[in-house]
Design a protein. Sequence first.
Length: 241
Amino acid sequence: MSLHLSLIYPLIRKLESIFNLSPEEYDALASLPLVARTIRGDQDIARDHDRPSQCCILLDGLLYRYKLLGEGKRQIFSFHIAGDIPDLQSLHLQVMDHNIGTVVQSSVAFVPHGTMNRLIDEHPRIRNALWRDTLIDAAIFREWMAGLGRRDAYGRIAHFLCELFVRYSAVGLSNGHKIELPITQEKLGDALGLSTVHINRTLQTLRADGLIRWDRGHLNITDWNGLKRAATFDDTYLHLI
């Protein structure tokens, strides 16, 4: 695999998990000019009120969307894995209304808005694939809202782990029931509306129940069916093919 193709492959792999790409569309994506950068952990890629002129494609690592509220409080809206374009909305919304940052050191490729617009103008089915991806993002937001409003801490964390495992698996980033998940308890709490103490206690309960092992950024789901039951998890909202 050429260096350039290896850069675009995470995006192609992601889109193929939700949409059937033709060989011509594959080639069109593979011809995108990319500028790749490695960004260390806990750095912002885009900030609230920025006016981006390019989209970022995550090649490797982990990103998150968040907003800072009063008194330095942070709400995390989503986590993004390889192949995701977390700022795709910047093609149509000129001003960012949230931040995008790195969880750990991550490789990111940038594509100018003009290039992306030409791609989707010339390849309407790629536009459809990206639109489908955006709608799936919205479905994930709805599921998170339901969890924040109606699931207890045990179910909320179990559901989050099920979702991330399925998303990683869909793009070939799992090893059996193991994935790399370098999210701190503080960030997990900021995503799920729970204190770090509550996160720690609930994770201990999930471990004691034999459902997971999570150590040094490596998640091992030791009882997948049990974790799904604890979460009442149904992956329909991820709309995978």
